[in-house]
Ligand binder design. Structure first.
Ligand SMILES: C[S@@+](CC[C@H](N)C(=O)[O-])C[C@H]1O[C@@H](n2cnc3c(N)ncnc32)[C@H](O)[C@@H]1O
Length: 247
């Protein structure tokens, strides 16, 4: 039975697959040497060194102590402080940061609106945040039965990802949290390698979970996975990016 790789390896592989996307997020942050920048849900510190190259001080916050430990290890000697904490109650003072980055965290949290209110609270007036989220409903793969693709996506959205469509909701939720929406953009992550897509989207492991949950039949899941593995393979996944400011 395929298992999910350990979370740090998983995030490293996802970052590698989304290198261009991450570079565009960094550019959108528009960091300056006099800035203090915050990375909410910083994971193993993937983006902290690049942020520290541009900003004077960087804070990473993550809920998971293992992520915090790895982020500290990867940023030793840099002007980076990693704090363990919950994005719903950020361990950061009011109006104390110039830039906030939230990359692929809101689909996991209990209350995305509460996290956006925290982003609003910690931003200095005139500060900027860059929010980025996929929309899990948009996962399209080929070859293989489209009906199985749709049933797989429905299962993942119903049972695996807590907030699967928060990407398309970002601008609206940010506006409701008192942030000013400056820019709304999107891009498609295109993968043509089945092994990479299988790891990142959990095609095999979640198809097997869908079978166990009675949401896919075993023959349909097996045929779909065999078709995908045979290729030529393509996966497309929409990622939304919203730039906001605090007035
Ligand atoms: C998909 S990873 C993204 C990591 C990183 N932002 C990146 O782009 O590579 C999501 C991260 O959010 C963290 N996380 C989830 N819920 C959180 C919460 N309520 N507060 C803070 N961090 C949270 C997880 O521990 C994980 O490290």
């Amino acid at each position: 039975m395929p298992t999910r790789p350990d979370p740090i390896t998983y995030l490293d592989h996802a970052a590698e697959a989304g290198r261009g996307y991450k570079r565009r997020l960094l550019d959108a942050l528009d960091l300056r040497p006099d800035h203090t920048a915050l990375d909410v849900g910083c994971g193993p510190g993937t983006d902290l060194p690049a942020m520290a190259e541009r900003a004077g001080a960087v804070i990473g916050v993550d809920l998971d102590p293992a992520m915090v430990g790895e982020a500290e290890r990867r940023t030793a000697g840099l002007p980076v402080e990693v704090r363990q904490g919950d994005a719903h109650a950020l361990p950061v003072d009011d109006r104390s940061v110039d830039r906030v980055r939230v990359d692929r965290v809101l689909h996991l949290v209990a209350d995305p609106s509460a996290v956006l209110a925290e982003v609003r609270r910690v931003l200095r007036p005139g500060g900027r945040a860059v929010l980025a989220q996929p929309d899990w409903e948009t996962l399209a793969v080929d070859p293989g039965a489209v009906a199985t693709n749709l049933a797989f996506t429905r299962f993942v959205c119903d049972r695996i990802v807590p907030n699967p469509v928060v990407g398309r909701q970002l601008a609206r939720l940010a506006g409701a949290a008192g942030l000013t929406v400056v820019e709304v953009d999107g891009e498609v992550l295109l993968l043509r390698d089945f092994t990479t897509a299988d790891e990142i989207f959990g095609l095999t492991r979640n198809a097997h979970r869908a079978v166990r949950a009675g949401r896919l039949t075993r023959p349909a899941a097996d045929a779909w996975l065999a078709d995908l593995a045979a290729g030529p393979f393509l996966a497309a996944f929409t990622l939304f990016r919203v730039v906001v400011s605090a007035g």
